[in-house]
Ligand binder design. Structure first.
Ligand SMILES: *Cc1c(COP(=O)(O)O)cnc(C)c1O
Length: 402
């Protein structure tokens, strides 16, 4: 366990608006004036930094959010994007060119999987999917064309834990970039401390936490962030996934309560995971000693934030999973919806939604059961009551005997 506390980093991030406002002023401009033409020329020639030109490049509000996220992930620098997928796409396209290869975990977010499997090969970039927990398999997949090792710190939807330190050693040895999607575990895991080179978040999930917008970020070295933002060659500048400054401002405000939310999500998740397991259910949660990632996560996690707010249960088959989810929505456990990290509970069946891009036989290989229900637990104040509600739904659909 590590003693690094990202919430202290964010607490120390004290910024003022132009009138001393405690929330930095929202900049409402697409373009910025220059007091003399020389300065504009210098900016285009990369001779000056920290100067605002045009809002697709940088704007002050997005910079405030990016700086706070850099503190969260202990990175030199960060950028924010209009979605998590934009952060992933820009990162990959900045590093890889036609002919290059990527090694990726196979249990990853469905959108990322589809981008890797269906989109990148059209541009000559091929992705090798492996069991990312198997370092030997990762090592064997490396060729002289490999540029990136890609994984999720806690993977979707089986909550597998990546051995980031082990992967980083491999990546360093072969001069590859280790890119880690940390969407499931902000505060809990700090991938850069474990040797990762680039960290990505979908801010849409826990970091924003209110399910009212879509956004993403990339945290890395100043050198890589500058490459992404380069006016003449940066993917984040030229592909144009700019985040609106009003949204950046609202996400920044939500970021400041993230530590409390993560603690509560984790506290609720472990309570439910333990008690549902006691009912005889198959439960996937890395905070359970029976989970294959328990030991590793316990070693690498930051102290005080638990094991995360997501767990999955196996209802057996598709029909029962559907009945269970309908029942849970009726009983006001939460919403039958994709996404996660919301203050209310969200649940969905990964095999038929977010992971449906993954072919059936691949799903079986990963252990992705037809009856799997992924639950992102909310900030429920009375988790015992939530448990009783879920239990009554399980009894009603016949997964648990009365
Ligand atoms: C949602 C999600 C993404 C994609 O983010 P968007 O903000 O929806 O574009 C990427 N990775 C993970 C793990 C996610 O959960």
């Amino acid at each position: 366990m590590h003693h690094f506390d990202p919430s202290v980093e964010i607490q120390d991030y004290l910024v003022f608006g132009e009138y001393g406002d405690v929330n930095p002023s929202i900049t409402d401009s697409s373009t910025y004036t220059f007091l003399n033409p020389e300065t504009m020329k210098e900016l285009f020639d990369h001779e000056i930094e920290g100067c605002f030109l045009y809002s697709r490049h940088w704007n002050p509000t997005n910079k405030f959010l990016a700086d706070a996220l850099a503190r969260l992930e202990a990175s030199e620098a960060a950028i924010v994007t209009s979605s998590g997928m934009a952060a992933i796409a820009c990162t990959i396209l900045q590093i890889c060119k036609c002919g290059d290869e990527i090694i990726s975990g196979r249990t990853i977010y469905g959108g990322t999987y589809a981008f890797f499997k269906n989109f990148l090969p059209n541009h000559g970039i091929n992705v090798n999917f492996v069991d990312i927990q198997d370092l030997e398999a990762v090592k064997n997949a490396i060729t002289d064309k490999t540029k990136i090792v890609y994984c999720e710190a806690i993977s979707n939807p089986l909550l597998e834990i990546a051995d980031i330190s082990g992967l980083a050693k491999l990546a360093d040895k072969h001069n590859l970039k280790l890119v880690v999607d940390n969407t499931f575990s902000p505060f809990i895991i700090t991938p850069l401390h474990l040797g990762a080179h680039i960290v990505i978040h979908s801010l849409t999930k826990f970091i924003n936490g209110t399910s009212d917008c879509v956004a993403g970020c990339v945290c890395s070295s100043r050198e890589f962030i500058n490459q992404l933002m380069d006016i003449n060659s940066g993917a984040a500048m030229l592909l144009g996934p700019v985040l609106d400054s009003h949204r950046a401002a609202s996400i920044l405000k939500n970021l400041h309560s993230l530590h409390i939310r993560i603690k509560k999500h984790s506290e609720n998740a472990i309570y439910l995971a333990e008690n549902l397991q006691k009912l005889g259910l198959k439960v996937y949660y890395p905070g359970l000693k029976t989970h294959n990632g328990y030991k590793l996560l316990n070693e690498i996690r930051n102290e005080g934030f638990g094991f995360g707010g997501i767990f999955a249960i196996d209802a057996g088959d598709e029909k029962t999973a559907d009945a269970l989810m309908a029942e849970m929505q009726n009983e006001k456990v939460g919403y039958l919806a994709v996404s996660l990290g919301y203050f209310k509970t969200l649940f969905s069946s990964p095999g038929h939604s977010t992971s449906s891009e993954i072919p059936k036989e691949e799903q079986e290989k990963m252990g992705l059961s037809e009856g799997l229900v992924r639950i992102s637990i909310g900030l429920d104040n009375n988790i015992q009551k939530t448990f009783e509600r879920i239990k009554s739904c399980l009894i009603k659909v016949g997964v648990v005997k009365n």
